[in-house]
Design a protein around this ligand. Structure first.
Ligand code: CTP
Ligand code: CA
Ligand code: CA
Length: 660
């Protein structure tokens, strides 16, 4: 009765809640993949190699320029594109289409001229004696990455609540260098912090016992988007006039951070880049390519269907390869919009269950892959093809010297001089009528330098010659691999990892110990760490309400513990202070401060989901071969690309350029 009475009716906005919950908001802080409020950015440099050359040569932005490698073009700047110049045409064709174009050849190493690369005017006609060097671009890439990190750190240190340092650590973990000119950034923890600072009503109050209750709505009816942001149009049934929800506010803050990052890259280094911002990596990556150059595109949750509907699914990360081809032929279409009308059950009749569910989700914009900080290089290779083939040890050794210098330069960048990392194995690959390779360990007692690499390469070459049939040789390459970590490697972050449960889980299966290795070398190799859960890292990288145990851990060298279990047991009481009340978690038996119980509860929630998703992703990878329902043969694994560690072949339509 009273509800019918207009005088007594509650005002609309008093009853309206956000469709998102406290728990979903809180999961942002942990960078959990389980929340729909995630903010993931993908930043890609515009015409990257071309911009590197423009910056190096100090050319104005409107000068048409392409980077050439012999007669091919490997990058074309935006000023040259209106002339119809693409990577598909030759240097001569480009000159014809745009007589004023600057055609800058990549830097090269030159046979017989020692191990230094240089820009040479005559490189383009010296394919026989020269070898391309990408060092200048790698160096620029590193500078750009550092600028991006510094800007993010600046945002983090602006945080008022004393947790800035934790966020910095968290973000470093949330930055994935996806190629020489692109990164993914998980902005979630930072956005969470900014949101809480700007909208104190989001802070969970004591009354909010139900973590699955809706959040209060954002205190605005229109999102103040920056006019420079490109917003993907909303889905059909959505309207711009509708009140925003917190996912829009997350994107707003994310867009502000990304804009600041892009501005820093421009201000400090004079590079333009484009960015995509969305709730996951797949959408962010598609977004960054939408409005190039020098623009950022926001894919709001309410725009995902509209956005994806316009794509071919073969353009989606992981569907660019064989799996995409097979799905195309099974369903007779490449369009996402066509596949959207196929019910899950029908997908299941042609694909195995996991692939079907994964595909069903991905075309609806559901991608829970993590931003994965794979910054560590696993191997380095320097190669040259010979046409005509080479026929003497003298010729081969000239190239081996160049390879050694090339690799050594990259090792120095990787921190070999500071003893951060060093390779343990060197391999020579050699091609005559057939390909062969030989490898030997790099002696641990020697400092890795150019000469050592060259001497080892010569030893390997002699072995190849002794084996016989060394000539004519059409391709030679040298690589180093099996990196080990040195003393100063990432102390801070590894310090976090060696806590409690992590210490326990990480210690399992770590490498045999090298008696010469320093303490932190006892850490398991990268591959092993990947099996650890990023959620765990994040959870502990950002402990709430604690009096900075993080700093203690950071300054402490991770101590090798002969008994990992004892390290695990010892950790929690040391980490926490003494006055705080504790309880033992029934699920993981950890000692948890009562103040952190909700956070801990969330962590289990997120971890369960993540484990489940990881399992599903693994299943998809292993079973991504479409099956006729009767077939039970496992065939020759058609692995879904992308996903974890899926950086294999280039995406479809993007030939990997062969650098020689
Ligand atoms: N590149 C490469 N292998 C490929 C594609 C590209 O080595 N398969 C190089 C290109 O020379 C390029 C850089 O990597 O400059 C980045 O590639 P990409 O982002 O695809 O192209 P851009 O040239 O940066 O152009 P865009 O503005 O479209 O990003
Ligand atoms: Ca690019
Ligand atoms: Ca790129």
């Amino acid at each position: 009765m009273s509800s019918e009475d207009p005088l007594n009716a509650s005002p609309n906005d008093a009853v309206k809640r956000s469709r998102y919950t406290h728990r979903q908001l809180h999961l942002l802080r942990q960078g959990s993949t389980a929340t729909p409020l995630r903010a993931i950015a993908h930043i890609d440099l515009d015409a990257f190699y071309a911009q590197c050359e423009m910056v190096r040569l100090g050319l104005p932005r409107d000068t048409p320029l392409a980077v050439r490698q012999w007669e091919s073009l490997i990058a074309v700047n935006y000023a040259a594109r209106p002339f119809g110049i693409t990577r598909m045409i030759t240097a001569a064709e480009a000159r014809k289409a745009c007589p004023n174009i600057v055609l800058q050849h990549v830097a090269t190493f030159r046979e017989g001229e020692g191990g230094r690369w240089a820009y040479r005017d005559d490189s383009f006609k010296n394919i026989k004696t020269d070898k391309v060097s990408l060092d200048p671009y790698r160096a620029e890439s590193r500078k750009i990455l550092k600028t991006i990190k510094d800007e993010l750190d600046r945002w983090c240190t602006n945080e008022p609540d004393g947790e800035a340092h934790c966020f910095t650590q968290g973000l470093s973990a949330g930055l994935e260098k996806a190629s020489i000119d692109e990164v993914f950034i998980d902005l979630s923890p930072l956005v969470y912090s900014v949101l809480l600072q700007r909208y104190p009503e989001l802070r969970p109050s004591l009354q909010d016992e139900n973590r699955d209750a809706g959040l209060p709505p954002p205190p605005t009816t229109a999102v103040p988007w920056d006019p420079e942001d490109f917003l993907v149009e909303l889905d059909l049934h959505e309207r711009e006039e509708d009140d925003p929800d917190w996912d829009d506010m997350v994107m707003l803050v994310g867009a502000e951070i990304v804009r600041a990052v892009r501005r820093a890259v421009w201000d400090e280094l004079k590079y333009t880049c484009s960015a995509g911002l969305a709730r996951n990596k797949m959408l962010a990556k598609l977004g960054s390519a939408c409005n190039k150059p020098d623009k950022q595109t926001v894919v709001r949750n309410r725009a995902v269907q509209h956005f994806l509907g316009g794509y071919k699914f073969t353009q989606i990360r992981m569907l660019g390869g064989k799996l995409g081809d097979q799905i195309t032929s099974l369903f007779g279409t490449e369009q996402v919009s066509d596949l959207l009308s196929v019910p899950l059950e029908q997908l299941r009749t042609k694909l195995d269950d996991h692939t079907a569910s994964w595909l069903y989700g991905i075309i609806r914009g559901d991608d829970r892959s993590e931003v994965n900080p794979r910054t560590q290089i696993k191997s380095m290779l320097s190669a040259k093809s010979f046409r005509p083939s080479i026929n003497s040890v003298g010729q081969a050794e000239k190239w081996l010297r160049i390879f050694a210098a090339d690799i050594y330069g990259r090792l120095v960048e990787d921190g070999v001089l500071e003893n951060r990392r060093r390779p343990r194995v060197i391999t020579l690959h050699h091609r005559t009528a057939q390909s062969r390779s030989r490898q030997i360990p790099i002696p641990a007692s020697n400092a890795v330098d150019e000469n050592l690499l060259f001497e080892l390469a010569k030893t390997l070459m002699r072995q190849v010659i002794t084996d016989g049939q060394a000539w004519p040789c059409s391709n030679l390459s040298l690589s180093v691999s099996s990196f080990e970590e040195g003393v100063s490697k990432n102390k801070a972050i590894e310090g976090f990892l060696l806590r409690g449960d992590q210490a326990k889980s990480l210690s399992h299966g770590s490498r045999p110990r090298d008696p010469n290795a320093a303490a932190s070398e006892q850490l398991p190799p990268e591959k092993k760490r990947k099996t650890d859960d990023n959620g765990i890292k994040r959870f502990f990288a950002q402990p709430p309400h604690t009096d900075s145990p993080v700093v203690d851990e950071e300054s402490a060298q991770p101590q090798p513990d002969p008994d990992p279990i004892s390290a695990a047991q010892r950790s929690p009481p040391e980490v926490h202070g003494s006055a705080m009340p504790y309880y033992t978690c029934g699920r993981c038996s950890r000692s948890i401060a009562e103040l952190e119980s909700e956070e801990h509860d969330d962590w289990h929630f997120a971890k369960d989901l993540e484990l489940q998703e990881r399992q599903e992703a693994r299943d998809v990878q292993h079973q991504s071969r479409p099956t006729n329902s009767s077939s039970s043969s496992r065939g020759t694994g058609t692995r879904g690309r992308g996903g974890r560690g899926g950086r294999g072949k280039p995406e479809r339509g993007q030939m990997r350029l062969a650098f020689q």
